[in-house]
Design a protein around this ligand. Structure first.
Ligand code: DGY
Length: 420
């Protein structure tokens, strides 16, 4: 009990220290701006002790929304030389300056969470104001990132997926021309051990894609058609499906009948189309390259988000639980970001092995909703054990629980509070 109280206090102290006045930096040194999906989880954390501040986090993020509904992955609210690539590299020409790519759409799920924690008249007014902004972003996804109308999300940059260096992007990234990228100085490896970060080749590809988008003036429709990197991401697709269900719930609450009908149709489209991302050879949900049509074949932590997405198919669910059981036999802590039996598994390299608290929260939430209580409890407990033993770091080795990435991490603190 004492440990629990201490953990909560430590988590609150991290959110408070990383608060920059209405928005929270993921980590003060490595990520000194506002990140899109980090803020959604941070809001969930604030909800446990400061609901007003929780709403402010999401509202602040949406202040940077573009007119067409697009919501950028970074908002550069202030100047900071500690991060690369900064606003001058992105060249989005916006005020405030932003990046030109988006991130997994967790915000609608966070907003429903905030409302359910504190359903008061004052927050109803804020919910009413937030609803059209969320809907505009979700419509943008449907319009811009779902070329075959399958109800999935096609990412045009590995950073959009949030799982930057997952091996899912290796083969689709190979044709990216990095010959014109030029010299640059990374800041991440100045703050963190190289062995926990993406490689130079991966960074060259990230920057080539930024330069590509910038050269097209961040014309999102053209980028979606012409980008050399177009991958249907299993993580973003599952997260959007879940977020659409939560947005539908909010539409019904607010009495928006037409929007509710529209969302029902969008959800039905995903339920019918998302099988495109089922890899029948691997018996697993996998990302798929839209240019070659090939499935990645990788079993990653994102594969297990099918439960969170509310999908239910006895054969597929059984196959996913069998993967979970197999993986649980190979690691001490669930859920590693990459199958530990994969040759490319690395226990502390970012999204090639480490456990991430936010992904565990989504997986565990989905498993609990689907009635798989013991798996849900196991993942929750593993996450809390990791936090209690190693601290509020960015990610954790699934083998020995060691730290990967930055310390005092906002979204890890947020998940500790959500599970308190
Ligand atoms: C980074 O810079 O490492 C970020 O993940 C990009 O969003």
């Amino acid at each position: 009990m004492e440990v629990r109280v201490d953990l909560d206090e430590a988590a609150k102290a991290i959110l408070t220290a990383n608060d920059r006045g209405g928005y929270t930096v993921p980590n003060g040194r490595v990520y000194p701006f506002q990140w899109n999906w980090d803020s959604a989880f941070v809001a969930i954390g604030f909800a446990s002790f400061d609901p007003d501040r929780a709403w402010r986090e999401v509202e602040r993020l949406f202040e940077a929304q573009w007119e067409d509904g697009f919501l950028p992955h970074i908002v550069f609210w202030q100047h900071d030389e500690g991060y690369f690539p900064g606003p001058n590299v992105w060249g989005s020409g916006r005020t405030p300056p932003t990046s030109g790519i988006t991130q997994p759409p967790v915000a609608a799920t966070a907003v429903r969470y905030l409302w359910e924690r504190s359903p008061t008249p004052a927050f109803l007014a804020r919910l009413d104001a937030m609803f059209p902004k969320l809907l505009a972003w979700h419509r943008w996804f449907a319009r811009t990132r779902d070329p075959h109308q399958l109800g999935i999300v096609v990412a045009i940059h590995p950073w959009e997926t949030g799982r930057d260096n997952s091996p899912e992007w290796d083969e689709p990234g190979a044709p990216i021309d990095v010959s014109q990228v030029g010299d640059y100085t990374r800041r991440d490896t100045g703050h963190l051990d190289r062995k926990m970060r993406p490689t130079k080749l991966e960074y060259d590809r990230y920057l080539a894609l930024v330069q590509f988008g910038r050269a097209l003036g961040w014309d999102q429709a053209r980028i979606a058609r012409e980008s050399p990197f177009r991958v249907a991401d299993i993580g973003m697709s599952m997260i959007l499906l879940r977020a659409n269900r939560d947005l539908l719930w909010l539409a019904e609450l607010l009495g928006h009948q037409d929007e509710a009908d529209e969302l029902r149709a969008t959800i039905a489209q995903s339920e019918a189309g998302i099988d495109f991302l089922w890899d029948a050879d691997k018996h697993c949900w996998c990302s798929r390259d839209m240019i070659t049509g090939r499935s990645s074949g990788f079993v990653t932590s994102a594969s297990f988000l099918s439960f969170y997405a509310g999908l239910s198919d006895p054969a597929k669910d059984a196959a996913m639980l069998a993967h979970l059981e197999r993986i649980a036999g190979k690691v001490r802590y669930l859920v590693p970001s990459l199958d530990p039996q994969d040759a490319g598994f690395q226990m502390v390299r970012y999204w090639r092995g480490p456990v991430w608290a936010v992904v565990n929260w989504m997986i565990s939430t989905g498993l609990a909703e689907a009635g798989h209580d013991s798996w849900a409890a196991r993942i929750r407990q593993d996450t809390l054990d990791l936090i209690a033993t190693t601290g509020f770091v960015e990610a954790y080795s699934p083998i020995d629980g060691g730290a990967s990435g930055g310390d005092d991490f906002s979204w890890t603190a947020a998940i500790a509070l959500a599970w308190s």
